[in-house]
Design a protein around this ligand. Structure first.
Ligand SMILES: [Zn+2]
Length: 330
């Protein structure tokens, strides 16, 4: 084993549809990547085996064994007990939220030390350490996807509160407003989350509003309105897609503006499936929608698109491994 091999760390980004794996070297560069589907049936053990398979695959790309890694980090949805390495309540994964012994399970299957944290938190950290917010001390990450996730870095450290901080999606943008997937009313996510937007689009479609959203979805062999479906519909000025995205952008402006009033961060990074897919023009639109809500509007924060794209989550997960130069000090 060469000395450079010895410093390799693994990162796994566990999503509802895919697992993205990367290996980082001592200079925090991606030396290998692999992607596998997330199992759609079974339970926690199936999830763990799929993670171990993804790790084995990315290791074989770099001709190294998983047990030779310094460690592996996992970015996971759900409620994370980072100290015990257990994930619960990840309803997009098989097992319907049953506890997953993430770190112990990976150690047993792959023979390497494992660390776990929230997928959005690690993705935002990667943008701070290696991406769009490299020169910032304080940032707010806005992960616009199925839900609206958030991540906060203050004074060069992730701010996780008592474990549930940065739930930007559940900041209230309208008192008594639309019902959120969390059961409450008026949350940002109820207007801007792709899941909520899909529910609303289906209602509008049933009530006779003209839209090609579901035609585009079916043509692509999908059953859900994925980010690419929204992108396509917007490109052809589909009236329902335009109306719902406009509403989402307005809500994001209010939610992000309120968070900036509270935190006064230097940088806001827009990421997530939909944010990354829609890209710069929508980052600019969110910035414009934020401006009227800013208290200190003479010095607004920079609003930037996440720079690491699809690999950011896995890279951030790799940074959970303590030996890494950019490892988080929590
Ligand atoms: Zn909510």
């Amino acid at each position: 084993m060469s000395p450079s091999r010895r410093r390799l760390v693994g990162g796994l980004d566990l999503g509802g549809t895919k697992i993205q794996a990367v290996l980082l070297d001592g200079r925090r560069s991606v030396v290998a990547q692999a992607r596998r589907p997330t199992p759609q049936k079974g339970g926690p053990q199936d999830v763990l085996e799929a993670l171990a398979d993804a790790l084995a695959e990315v290791c074989s790309e770099a001709a190294v064994e998983p047990r030779e890694l310094t460690g592996v980090g996992i970015g996971s949805p759900g409620v994370i007990d980072a100290r015990r390495g257990v994930v619960t309540g990840a309803r997009n994964l098989p097992g319907e939220g049953a506890p997953i012994r993430m770190t112990a399970g990976l150690r047993e299957l792959a023979g390497t030390r494992a660390y776990v944290d929230n997928d959005v938190t690690v993705g935002v950290w990667a943008e701070y350490a290696l991406g769009a917010a490299r020169r910032s001390k304080a940032l707010l990450g806005v992960w616009w996807g199925t839900g609206v996730g958030g991540g906060i870095v203050l004074g060069g450290k992730p701010w996780e509160g008592r474990g549930a901080a940065a739930e930007l999606g559940h900041v209230v943008v309208k008192i008594g407003g639309a019902r959120c997937t969390c059961g409450r009313r008026g949350c940002l996510e109820a207007y801007a989350g792709r899941g909520s937007m899909e529910i609303r689009a289906r209602q509008m479609h049933r009530r006779g509003h003209k839209t090609d959203l579901f035609k585009i979805m079916e043509k692509r062999g999908r059953t859900r309105l994925q980010s690419g479906v929204w992108e396509r519909a917007l490109a052809q000025n589909d009236p329902v897609a335009v109306e719902l995205i406009d509403r989402a952008v307005e809500a994001l402006g209010a939610g992000v503006g309120s968070a900036v009033n509270l935190l006064d961060v230097e940088t806001v990074v827009i990421g997530g499936g939909l944010g990354t897919r829609l890209g710069e023009p929508y980052v600019e639109r969110i910035r414009e929608a934020m401006m009227p809500h800013l208290f200190a509007d003479d010095r607004p924060p920079a609003v930037r698109l996440a720079a690491l794209g699809d690999l950011g989550g896995a890279m951030g997960a790799a940074l959970l491994v303590p030996s890494t130069a950019a490892a988080r000090s929590t």
